[in-house]
Design a protein around this ligand. Structure first.
Ligand SMILES: [Zn+2]
Ligand SMILES: [Zn+2]
Length: 329
């Protein structure tokens, strides 16, 4: 029975391109959940699945390898040219929308490049085997072991570790299978990435509905689990959080492992997050629906008299976190 790890791992790692020490850049390459959704109705928010790039303290940290990582790979190759690229990729979990872009990630095909992949074991299979599995015949023509890039898969055993100077804490999220959220402490502030997470309010029903997809993890009471999550998130500067469903949709999807807009806003407010970024947009939500969801969230925040800002993650946009202010570039 997998239990959430404790302790501290240290990985020595440094990237080649520098970002000013007091600034962190967060760029969204894929913001969609479940499956890519190209098309006219999703063109403003974007249709690629989960991938976020953070540049801070001389590191390039990539969060998840959904289909958005393909565009990131092209941009990195263009930027670095013949120079080597050193990257750290944190995988939240191995559901396909979080790893499906990896076979199309150009830096993995360059022998000059180094990619370190961090994540936790799947429920029954090791992380490295799962990532390689999606590239085996008959699914893909190039096997992971034949990729020229230097790729190391490092299974995390602790819930706190370092990537160079950047400290990272992880937390088991409420989602079918093993799914980690990460809080990344840069010198410019902290960023929490929780791409797939369900509120704990209906935990009994959720576990019943998930059936064989449960890991056997022993949860505490819903109130205690929520309080632990609030401790993990407290005072975070940028909170990137699963807000897949409207409140009405959530009632029909209890146990599927995703958040509803009201519960997500309430969690962010209680955690005293400074900026909430709604993430993992439902494939059936077009741009107009996402606009409405953002308006709804803003009304909720205004009613509470909070200064927290909220927006829906948009593919191709960048947030800059620096000093005491956070702004959109
Ligand atoms: Zn997902
Ligand atoms: Zn998932």
């Amino acid at each position: 029975m997998p239990q959430w790890p404790l302790g501290h791992d240290v990985f020595h790692f440094s990237a080649v391109k520098s970002t000013p020490a007091s600034v962190a850049r967060i760029r969204f390459w894929g913001v969609r959940g479940s499956i890519p959704t190209p098309g006219a109705s999703t063109v403003r928010y974007g249709g690629n699945t989960s991938c976020v790039e953070i540049r801070a303290d001389n590191e390039i940290i990539i969060l998840d390898a959904g289909s958005g990582i393909r565009l990131l790979g092209q941009a990195l190759e263009e930027e670095f040219g013949s120079e080597p690229i050193k990257l750290a990729l944190l995988i939240s979990h191995t559901h396909w929308d979080h790893i499906q872009g990896l076979p199309f990630f150009l830096p993995a095909y360059g022998s000059k490049n180094q990619l370190r992949v961090f994540g936790y074991d799947g429920t029954r299979t090791r992380l490295g085997e799962i990532l390689a599995g999606q590239m085996e015949t008959p699914f893909f023509p190039v096997s992971m072991s034949d990729l020229p890039g230097k790729i190391e898969v490092e299974e995390l055993r602790a819930n706190e570790f370092q990537i160079g100077k950047v400290r990272v804490r992880s937390k088991l999220l409420n989602h079918p299978g093993v799914c980690a959220g990460y809080r990344i402490y840069t010198s410019a502030g902290s960023i929490a990435y929780m791409p797939d997470n369900e509120p704990f309010e209906h935990l009994d029903v959720q576990l019943r509905n998930r059936g064989a997809n449960n890991t056997g993890h022993k949860y505490k009471s819903p109130a205690q689990e929520r309080s632990d999550l609030l401790e993990f998130l407290h005072g975070v500067d940028v909170l990137i959080l699963d807000a897949q469903y409207t409140d009405e949709e959530y009632r029909r999807h209890i146990g599927w492992g995703h958040g509803s807009i009201s519960s997500v806003v309430a969690l962010a407010l209680d955690a005293e997050a400074k900026r909430l970024v709604l993430f993992h947009h439902d494939p059936d939500h077009d741009d107009a629906t996402l606009d409405e969801i953002v308006k709804y969230a803003r009304r909720q925040i205004a009613e509470k008299g909070s200064s927290m800002t909220v927006e829906a993650a948009k593919e191709g946009t960048e947030l800059i976190l620096g000093g005491s202010s956070v702004e959109t570039a």
